[in-house]
Design a protein around this ligand. Structure first.
Ligand SMILES: C[S@@+](CC[C@H](N)C(=O)[O-])C[C@H]1O[C@@H](n2cnc3c(N)ncnc32)[C@H](O)[C@@H]1O
Length: 289
């Protein structure tokens, strides 16, 4: 009987938490309330739902309340959890790093496609954030070495934590540098980047989770959103080996402009690939000579 009473109490607590999240504008309030309950109690979401009759300890109840209050203020769930899944791997994320997005996995697949038969290849990633692209690619390409740059010291510290976690310190070097400036001429077989690409004026219109919590330096692509691509196109021409490739992620509606920038910089074989939602998402090009 006591089990039934506690389950009813927990159910009411969960329902009220979900209602608070819904009023705050959170898109999937029931699911998220369950996830936060799981986080507060150190269980999986399924366990948290199945074991509703187990009363919360005072510490768990306090932790649950604190998580709900932060999520009500639209703190992204990945920052509450401190991790995000990307390419089947778990990455530490902090408010200094962008939260890795599923569409960015295309860049990892691209790297594997280009470098799988080139042991000893050198790749560079500009704007590494949590390190998710370079790390996932390095794990798939055991013969390759990576140089990953970022301007943010705090992001690089998180990338370092992820590198250590996956024991890749020997093959992935981190450098605080402006995009590809740390790279020698004619040195890279492949350049990857998911640069900041939101036009400055659009940032104010983004959802609160992104606008108010993700680092501005990871979002702001200048007046037209293309600022970083201009720089990357020019540097790629200098730093790629002849026959090397660059691939970048682009925002919706930007791919053709980026393809044009690549052509204007003297790169060839320009290609645009859509993501699973049909949005033109990846632009790649080659340095011929
Ligand atoms: C859109 S985030 C991508 C993070 C990560 N690669 C990912 O895909 O999740 C862009 C990253 O570029 C970094 N960044 C911004 N301007 C930069 C610059 N001029 N040089 C190097 N990194 C820069 C930001 O700090 C941020 O970590």
């Amino acid at each position: 009987m006591r089990g039934v009473e506690s389950a009813e109490k927990a159910y009411r607590m969960l329902k009220s938490a979900a209602e608070r999240l819904e009023r705050a504008g959170v898109e999937r309030p029931v699911r998220e309330a369950q996830m936060l309950l799981a986080m507060a109690t150190g269980r999986t979401r399924l366990q948290a739902i199945q074991e509703l009759e187990r009363p919360l300890t005072p510490e768990e109840a306090q932790q649950f309340e604190s998580l709900i209050a932060r999520r009500e203020r639209r703190t992204p769930i990945a920052y509450l959890r401190g991790t995000q899944e990307f390419y089947g791997l778990e990455f530490v994320v902090t408010p200094a790093t962008l939260i890795p997005r599923p569409e960015t996995e295309m860049l990892v697949d691209y790297a594997v496609e280009r470098l799988c038969d080139q042991p000893g290849a050198v790749a560079a990633e500009a704007g590494t954030g949590s390190g998710c692209i370079a790390i996932a690619a390095a794990l798939r390409l055991p013969g390759a070495r990576f140089l990953a740059t970022d301007l943010s010291i705090e992001a690089l510290a998180t990338a370092q934590e992820n590198l250590t976690r996956y024991r890749l310190q020997e093959r992935v070097l981190l450098a605080r540098a402006d995009l590809l400036t740390a790279l020698a001429d004619d040195s890279a077989h492949l350049i990857l980047s998911n640069p900041p690409y939101i036009p400055t004026a659009e940032i104010a219109r983004l959802q609160p989770e992104v606008r108010d919590y993700e680092p501005r330096i990871a979002l702001d692509g200048g007046a037209d959103g293309l600022c970083m691509y201009r720089s990357l196109a020019h540097s790629a021409r200098r730093t790629l080996k002849p026959g090397g490739w660059i691939a970048v992620e682009t925002g919706a509606g930007q791919a053709r402009s980026v393809a044009k920038l690549f052509r204007e910089a003297g790169l060839s074989s320009v290609e645009i690939r859509p993501d699973l939602a049909g949005i033109e998402r990846l632009v790649a090009a080659r340095r011929d000579r």
